[in-house]
Write a protein that binds this ligand. Sequence first.
Ligand code: DP6
Length: 316
Amino acid sequence: MRVSARAHPNIALVKYWGKRDSERNLPAVGSISITLGDLWTDMHIDTDARADGLTVNGEQAESMMPRMSAALDQLFGTDRSRVSVTSESNFPVAAGLASSAAAFASLVVAATAASGKELSKDALANFAGSLSGSAARSLYDGFVELKNAGDRVAVRSIRDTESWPLSVVIAITASGPKPVGSGEAMEISRRTSPFYVRWVDEQGEDLARARDAIAARDFPALAETAEHNCLKMHSVMWSSRPPMVYWNAATLDCMHAVRRLRADGVNVFFTIDAGPQVKAVCSPEDVDRVRDALSKVEGVEDIMTSGLGSGAHLIE
Ligand code: DP6
């Protein structure tokens, strides 16, 4: 039997960095993200295969295998038949574009349906989050907030796509896989960065500001909060031992280009995850100007554009 689901990656405007319980993969902080509609991962589950296998864009994905097998054991039981999982994405994977969020969100939706179980969206989000924290957010549409709630997470959409249709221009400055995966990197930060405690302490303030800015569709306030939160997270990474610097020269030049545009009156701000790509969030009418400016930055290899989109769902 084959069951398929599609999920979109999401990009955090107020970031998740650090775990309060690494066994259960519970985040140390809440986060707010936007789900990207034009980038997608399709996940196909075939039951009764000869061996468990995971192919991502035609290649074996060894690093995701343990988390995927654990998820399948949870749904089908440990005496299950083997399951083959194949996924296709229309964007580069493992390069700081939240590919694991889209992969694990689509995996739980497809595999749960294939197992014949029916889980609520909240249960699916918690299941996805136990595999990859950011994946919990890809179950939901538009602007999404993840809150810590006791021994689980509570995720909800705080604004729909239509009522504030922002765009994201992504400058790809290097397409290879990242040197340290985010799960491992955030553990290093928790153990070693002198700024980590402060980062966790201040997150509530940043979340409140972003929540209010989104409710009021206040672009300048969201821009200020998102850039501050992003740079604070990278300061934690830089001050870890060993330091984790995901940026390259083009990453920094793109950030300057975005700030210059904003100084010229364009509604745009940047955010950067555990990778060198720069995501410029802007008003749809400013997409061409932002694309044009970022494509002129030396070292930018490719540019992608996306609007906001929907949560993970089954497909034919
Ligand atoms: C920088 O969700 O990939 O993108 O839970 O260990 O799988 P694990 O981590 P992951 O971390 C995402 C970190 C981030 C910020 C964010 O998306 O909020």
